[in-house]
Design a protein around this ligand. Structure first.
Ligand code: CDP
Ligand code: CDP
Length: 233
């Protein structure tokens, strides 16, 4: 292998991917990259420009034209809740991409083939020398099928909705009821799993990890152990 190792972490919304992936990266001294932030950034721009989320032609043009910069890792305490800082056409959108409006629209935008093509290529560039933990929906299946370690994180919808509710409170965003959150999560899972291009799916060689009732630290320890027992530096 002529590059550093790659860890791919995939799974549905709220499974704990970003929290866990970031800590795994810190422990293993690798860079952390949140691929979902890139899909969110494109979606933010689509909404900002008033483009319909189903308008494939306008969105294809937009994504081919825009410049996205994702910062690897992130120990900046001011952005502790948003581990990956991200810029779009020179403007920082780290916080803006977490809005409820972006969350509701992101699955429709990220189902479009041109959006996936453009972001896939850029994500693969970020991993060219390896040494990264990247997290998303199709990292183990499409972005880095050659990753040395693939983990597929899951958790029940109820547990994921409760986590989301805690996150909203911590980020001082408006409160949403548990049943609305469950419905939003279900809806996004369904769209992400059923799209034609690169659907959310566990890679054949990924290790599935259900995180219901597990503390973050336990999940992180488990993945670090898997890495140490299976991956050569
Ligand atoms: O809310 P959560 O952190 O679970 O999602 P995210 O990782 O920020 O991703 C937001 C959305 O981007 C997902 O619901 C997918 O529609 C899309 N996405 C994708 O299609 N492929 C990826 N590799 C990552 C995200
Ligand atoms: O990135 P993804 O949408 O998969 O999930 P996340 O944003 O990392 O995690 C959602 C929330 O669940 C965060 O507040 C985490 O702190 C929390 N979490 C948890 O309580 N227990 C875990 N084992 C993993 C995450």
């Amino acid at each position: 292998r002529d590059r550093q190792p790659i860890v791919a972490i995939d799974g549905p919304a709220g499974a704990g991917k970003s929290t866990v992936a970031r800590q795994v990266a810190q422990r293993l001294n690798l860079l952390y990259l949140d691929s979902g932030a890139m899909y969110r950034a494109v979606t933010w721009l689509v909404l900002e420009r008033g483009i319909d989320v189903q308008d494939e032609v306008a969105i294809a043009e937009l994504v081919q034209d825009c410049e996205i910069r994702l910062e690897a890792s992130g120990n900046d305490s001011a952005f502790a809740a948003y581990p990956s800082r991200i810029w779009l056409n020179g403007q920082e959108v780290t916080q803006a991409i977490r809005s409820t409006a972006v969350t509701a629209a992101v699955s429709a935008v990220s189902a479009q083939p041109t959006v996936r093509e453009v972001l896939l290529r850029q994500q693969q560039q970020y991993g060219i020398t390896g040494g990264v933990v990247m997290e998303g929906r199709d990292i183990g299946t499409q972005v880095f099928p050659q990753a040395e370690l693939k983990v597929f994180l899951t958790a029940s919808v109820g547990e994921r909705a409760r986590r989301r509710q805690r996150d909203l409170a911590a980020q001082e965003q408006p409160a949403v009821s548990l049943s609305d959150l469950e419905q939003a999560i279900d809806d996004r899972d369904r769209k992400d799993s059923s799209r034609r291009v690169s659907p959310l799916r566990q890679a054949d060689d990924a290790i599935a990890l259900n995180t219901d009732g597990l503390a973050i630290e336990d999940v992180v320890n488990k993945i670090v152990q898997l890495f140490e027992s299976r991956v050569e530096r």
